[in-house]
Write a protein that binds this ligand. Structure first.
Ligand code: ADP
Ligand code: MG
Length: 240
């Protein structure tokens, strides 16, 4: 039998807490989350609204700092970085897709996709961006502004932008939440295709259990805690 292929941990969250102050006292949004994702895995995060899924993703992306706990992404400890270093690190390693697309309205589809490439110093940013738009089936929409595109087309632009620099990690927060079922399915097919082509690690927040079931691992968050983790169950079954 072949020896198992060594797996590289690419997202390592240890004992993550996030507590916010409010007039009514401290609010515990995340309450001790441990999570490891290995390179090339796809992880579906499910859980009720308000359970902390988006907050957890913001912490993985270095957009939010935990009150307690450590975050290592691709081996780098985010707590050691200042805001500028975090922004550079994010640009080099992480692509993010949001439910509400987050395109820049005054820029064309091509310009939106070119931004991260230009920031990364790609001399051929516009050529690369055009190829990315082509790969999501929008080669003929380069000079359209977001308002001139359908929701599904805007999300395809956002996806082309998120993967434009071949990030190691693709994070998606309910990427089909604002789309009808059929359009949402097309976006999902596209995400899994790009993920497979680039060998990207993908973390996907979704309400859709069937979609989560397509991922290599699933975790369930409730009230700021991980209440189920398919990877941990496999490990327990294997006696590891
Ligand atoms: P989910 O994505 O699972 O729906 P969120 O991570 O968006 O949940 O939010 C988790 C909880 O944290 C919710 O109760 C939400 O109201 C609260 N929350 C999130 N961000 C903030 C914030 N900036 N200030 C106060 N409360 C927040
Ligand atoms: Mg959310």
């Amino acid at each position: 039998m072949d020896p198992p292929v060594p797996r590289t941990a690419i997202i390592e969250l240890h004992d993550i807490h996030l507590t916010l102050k409010s007039d009514a006292g401290p609010v515990n949004i995340l309450r001790g989350i441990d999570l490891t994702v290995h390179a090339g895995e796809t992880v579906g995060i499910v859980g009720p609204s308000g359970s902390g899924k988006s907050t957890l993703m913001a912490i993985m992306a270095g957009l939010e700092r935990p009150t307690q706990g450590s975050v290592r992404i691709a081996g780098a400890a985010l707590e050691t970085m200042d805001e500028d270093a975090l922004a550079r690190f994010r640009r080099a390693n992480i692509g993010i897709v949001f439910q509400s697309f987050h395109l820049i309205p005054t820029m064309t589809a091509l310009e939106n996709v070119a931004i991260p490439l230009e920031l990364a110093g790609d001399k051929a940013a516009f050529e690369t961006a055009a190829a990315r738009l082509e790969s999501v089936g929008l080669g003929d929409r380069q000079s359209h502004y977001p308002a001139q595109l359908s929701g599904g087309e805007q999300q395809r632009v956002a996806l082309a932008r998120a993967v434009s620099t071949n990030p190691k990690i693709l994070l998606a927060d309910e990427p089909t939440g604002n789309l009808d079922g059929r359009t949402g399915d097309l976006i999902i097919e596209l995400m899994f295709r790009l993920q497979a082509e680039q060998g990207t690690t993908m973390v996907l927040i979704t309400h859709d259990e069937a979609l989560a079931a397509r991922c290599t691992h699933r975790i369930r968050i409730e009230d700021g805690r991980v209440v189920a983790n398919s990877a941990a169950m496999e490990k327990a079954i294997a006696g590891a």
